[in-house]
Design a protein around this ligand. Structure first.
Ligand SMILES: O=P(O)(O)OC[C@H]1O[C@](O)(CO)[C@@H](O)[C@@H]1O
Length: 245
């Protein structure tokens, strides 16, 4: 794993956007895995601004989002469909048919999970997967205890995750209890992975990730077994480590 130290959130977003843009501009065909949550918002803002200024095209880009809440329609203000449209897709020229987000309203969720996993494979696999990290070490919505062999599946969200994400809803009760998420094995199939960690509240989990063992109790620890992982973290997230980057 390569660890890149960023001064602050602003610096982290620029470093991450630079890495993504190098792929967008350098590859004729590109499949990106995208994340939601608070962390990547600044990265998407930079991509939008860069496309506006330079006319950068995303016609050749396909995307797969990590996850979606079960039971929220795509146009719900807190669905990840809405998040992605409002933060990124509405402002770049990516063809709508190239955008993939799990359907949390599917009647048959098991079937939806199979379909999603197949589509990732049919696209030729993810070239670069963007990840955040939960305070409990989750990646996507893969909570502690999730099998490293899991593919896209339905997950019951941990209370700590619902509480953390309730900041985006009017109340905790409104946060869905279930989600569809790419599995750990789905994420590990990606050719390259970029994990972002920001702020003091990620310091402890980042310390466990860097120094701890590989265990299903800390889903992100699986990344140590991947050949091509970059972590970009700001000084606060790195404050529990004694590393030179
Ligand atoms: O970036 P945040 O808001 O700290 O969230 C961290 C992680 O938690 C999630 O929002 C899910 O709870 C992920 O999508 C994200 O990677």
């Amino acid at each position: 794993m390569q660890l890149i130290k960023a001064k602050d959130y602003h610096d982290l977003c620029h470093k991450a956007a630079e890495l993504i843009l190098r792929k967008v501009k350098g590859q004729k065909k590109l499949t990106l895995g995208l994340a939601t949550g608070g962390t990547p918002q600044g990265v998407y803002r930079i991509l939008v601004e860069e496309a506006r200024q330079n006319g950068t095209t995303y016609q050749h880009v396909t995307t797969f989002n990590l996850d979606e809440y079960v039971g929220l329609p795509p146009d719900h203000p807190q669905s990840y469909h809405t998040y992605m449209n409002k933060k990124l897709f509405d402002f770049i020229d990516i063809p709508p048919q190239n955008v993939h987000i799990p359907d949390g309203m599917a009647e048959n969720l098991e079937e939806e999970c199979r379909r999603y996993e197949q589509m990732i494979d049919q696209s030729g696999g993810i070239d670069l997967q963007l990840l955040g990290i939960g305070i409990n070490g989750h990646i996507g919505f893969n909570e502690p205890g999730t099998s490293f062999h899991s593919f896209t599946h339905v997950v019951k969200l941990e209370e700590s995750t619902r509480i953390a994400n309730s900041r985006f809803f009017s109340s905790l009760e409104e946060v869905p209890a279930f989600a569809v998420t790419m599995g750990i094995a789905s994420i590990m199939k990606s050719k390259e992975i970029l994990l972002l960690a920001v702020g003091k509240r990620k310091a402890e989990v980042l310390q466990r990730l860097i120094y701890g063992e590989v265990t299903e109790e800390l889903p992100a620890s699986v990344l140590k077994m991947h050949q091509h992982v970059t972590i970009i973290a700001d000084e606060e997230a790195l404050s529990s480590l004694s590393v030179r980057c």
